[in-house]
Design a binder for this molecule. Structure first.
Ligand SMILES: [Zn+2]
Length: 75
């Protein structure tokens, strides 16, 4: 994972810390709705198989380090 510079204020999903504009943060996709995986659904005349939904979540620098997603940076 690579940390990005936030273009606006956001909140860390893990520790609820406010990530200020200009601060570094990481984004990770979290799986949602695992129960309905494999269901068939019609969308716009197209039959698709529903897969688990991946939602991007924001994490602060500290949480990314704690999770081992990034190496600790010297500021
Ligand atoms: Zn955090």
């Amino acid at each position: 994972m690579k940390l990005k510079k936030s273009m606006y204020e956001r909140k860390c999903t893990e520790c609820k810390t406010i990530i200020k504009k200009g601060n570094k943060y990481g984004q990770k996709s979290i799986l949602l709705g695992s129960k309905k995986d494999g269901q068939k659904e019609t969308y716009d005349g197209l039959t698709i198989t529903v897969h688990q939904l991946r939602v991007p979540m924001d994490f602060c620098n500290q949480c990314c380090i704690k999770q081992g997603w990034v190496k600790e940076e010297v500021n």
